[in-house]
Design a protein around this ligand. Sequence first.
Ligand SMILES: Nc1ncnc2c1ncn2[C@@H]1O[C@H](COP(=O)(O)OP(=O)(O)OP(=O)(O)O)[C@@H](O)[C@H]1O
Length: 327
Amino acid sequence: MNLLEVDGVCVEEAGKTILQRISFKQQEFQKIAVAGETGSGKSTLLKVVAGLAQPSEGSVVFDGEKVIGPVDKLVPGHPGIAYLSQHFELPHSLRVEQVLRYANALSAEEAGFLYEICRVEHLLDRKTNQLSGGERQRIALARMLSTAPRLLLLDEPYSNLDTAHKNILKSVIRDISDELEITCTLISHDPHDTLSWADELLVLQEGRLVQQGTPQQIYRHPANMYTAALFGSYNLLSTAGTAALAALHNLHPNGKSVLVRPEKVKLETNGNKALAGKVKSIGYFGSFYELEVQLPDDLVKVRLAEPRHQPCDPVHISVAQEDMWFM
Ligand SMILES: Nc1ncnc2c1ncn2[C@@H]1O[C@H](COP(=O)(O)OP(=O)(O)OP(=O)(O)O)[C@@H](O)[C@H]1O
């Protein structure tokens, strides 16, 4: 069942087009992540979904009912949809327990479970000015969820969090979906946050939805270089380099260039079905090394767990046919 149907949404502000005919559907419990460069319209899209920004065209239907924009509604927003902004605020110098009590539409038992899920039970006696950024965010989330929404929209929840708080929040967000059975949509700049979490990704570029698909589809088969770059490092070979690599598999590029992710380039011990090159540099990135290999026409990035090479070493590279994407 579709919980949400966004159909042809356009937004214009001060004569500027911010969103252009965005359409997508979200099923109940489906996890959707929205990716895109800064200013591509991600926050505006979520605000339109929440009824907090006015579309100039198009509609948002939530659970069979049209979401009314702020121009036509005195108190903006929809009771079934919660939007956690990047710039949320908590009341100053109140006890956390008071902050949460004011918003609460749940029984004591349900509220206790929610606080446990949000990892805030130990903070209830603190004042709001005695919390870290990560703790403040989880309180804001608990406050929002205590109104019992069915759809939660999270706008860059991981920005400004250190790794420890980010990992706690990731567990919280997972439990919100799994334990509280709330459907979630999330915006994040970081591919690590979206690829591993989402069932479906929406990619926005200058207000347009340029690609929609599973994380695997989008990572392996990006629609354009903008999308390829959003989700990680890549090699795009020149016409000559593409022809040489394609010829190893008897493929015809038909004027397209081949895109290969660095972890899909293999170093071979001989030149059988491989291209000859020379190691130019080796960089250490903690969980992997990245080599730059100079081919006749291209400098190719290769990711390895433990390289046994030195700069200037002659090497051969190969790429499996299924790891080549022509675009
Ligand atoms: N109320 C407004 N009036 C005029 N322009 C706006 C308004 N809200 C957003 N914009 C512009 O619309 C564009 C999209 O903004 P939006 O915040 O939706 O992008 P974003 O992808 O969420 O960016 P970020 O990742 O930086 O948060 C930007 O150019 C922004 O300046």
